[in-house]
Design a protein around this ligand. Structure first.
Ligand SMILES: C[S@@+](CC[C@H](N)C(=O)[O-])C[C@H]1O[C@@H](n2cnc3c(N)ncnc32)[C@H](O)[C@@H]1O
Length: 220
C-alpha cells in the first residue's frame, strides 16, 4: 500500500525531472496568465510591512508584484524544490537588488520558515495543492487569519467535458500529478475560512481566496 509520503515522493520526483527541462523556457510561456497573477496578488490584500510567502515560486515571476505590495519594510519569502527554477528566481532578485526577498530551495513538504507569514500565494502550484503533507506545512507556516490566494488550472465544466482531454494534455508537462483537475482546491478549501472561488480563462482556470482558519490546530 502506498503511504501519503511515498506517493508524494513519486510526484515530486516527476516534477523535478519536468522542471529540469522547462526552467529555461518557462517565463516565455507565462504571458497569457499575467493578468491572473496580478489578480491573485491583489486578492492577498497585502499591506506595507507584511510578510508573504510565494509558494513554489518557480523563476520568481510574482516577486516584483509581491514586493511592490509589502514595500521595503515587508518581507517576501519564496521556495521551490527545483534547483533550475530557483536559480532563475535568485538571479532575478539579485539583479534587482531586493534585500527583503529570501528564497529557499526546498520541497513544500519540508519547508521551514524563520517566522510565520501573513499571506500565502499559490500561483499555478497544482502538485503542492494536492499534497496533504505540503498543505500541513504551509498552513502551519502562516499566522491564524493569514490571507491565501490560489490560481491555477481546472477542468472545464461538464458541458465542455470533451475539451478536458486537451486540458489534461496541456498541463501534463507541468504537473507531477497531471490529473485531479476537477476541483484542485478541494484539499485546501476545508482548511480556510471566507472561501471564495471564481472561474478564469472561460472555465479552464480558477482564482480562489480564503483565510487560514483561526482554529487550525497547526496554528494553535
Ligand atoms: C507551474 S510552476 C509555477 C511557478 C510560479 N509559482 C509561477 O507562478 O510562475 C510550479 C512550480 O512548483 C514547483 N513545485 C512542484 N512541486 C513542488 C514541491 N513539492 N515543493 C516545492 N516546489 C514544488 C515546481 O518546481 C515549479 O517551479
Amino acid at each position: 500500500m502506498q503511504t501519503e509520503h511515498s506517493s508524494d515522493e513519486i510526484v515530486r520526483a516527476r516534477s523535478l525531472a519536468k522542471y529540469r527541462q522547462h526552467a529555461d523556457g518557462y517565463d516565455s510561456t507565462c504571458g497569457p496568465t499575467w493578468p491572473i497573477r496580478e489578480r491573485a496578488v491583489a486578492a492577498l490584500q497585502l499591506q506595507p510591512g507584511q510578510v508573504v510567502l510565494d509558494v513554489g515560486c518557480g523563476t520568481g515571476l510574482s516577486l516584483a508584484l509581491l514586493r511592490a505590495a509589502v514595500g521595503e519594510t515587508g518581507r517576501i519569502y519564496g521556495f521551490d524544490q527545483s534547483p533550475e527554477m530557483l536559480a532563475l528566481a535568485r538571479a532575478r532578485a539579485a539583479s534587482a537588488g531586493w534585500r527583503n526577498v529570501e528564497l529557499f530551495e526546498t520541497s513544500a513538504q519540508a519547508l521551514n520558515l524563520p517566522e510565520p507569514v501573513d499571506a500565502l500565494l499559490f500561483h499555478y502550484t497544482h502538485d503542492i495543492l494536492r499534497s496533504p503533507l505540503a498543505l500541513d506545512r504551509l498552513v502551519g507556516s502562516a499566522r491564524p487569519g493569514a490571507m491565501v490566494a490560489i490560481a491555477g488550472v481546472k477542468y472545464f465544466p461538464r458541458w465542455l467535458a470533451p475539451l478536458n482531454f486537451w486540458v489534461y494534455l496541456k498541463n501534463r508537462p507541468y504537473n507531477g500529478e497531471p490529473g485531479e483537475l476537477a476541483s484542485p482546491w478541494d484539499r485546501i478549501a476545508p482548511r480556510l475560512s471566507d472561501w471564495r472561488l471564481a472561474p478564469t480563462q472561460f472555465g479552464m482556470g480558477y482564482l480562489a481566496s480564503g483565510r487560514v482558519s483561526q482554529s487550525s490546530p497547526k496554528n494553535a
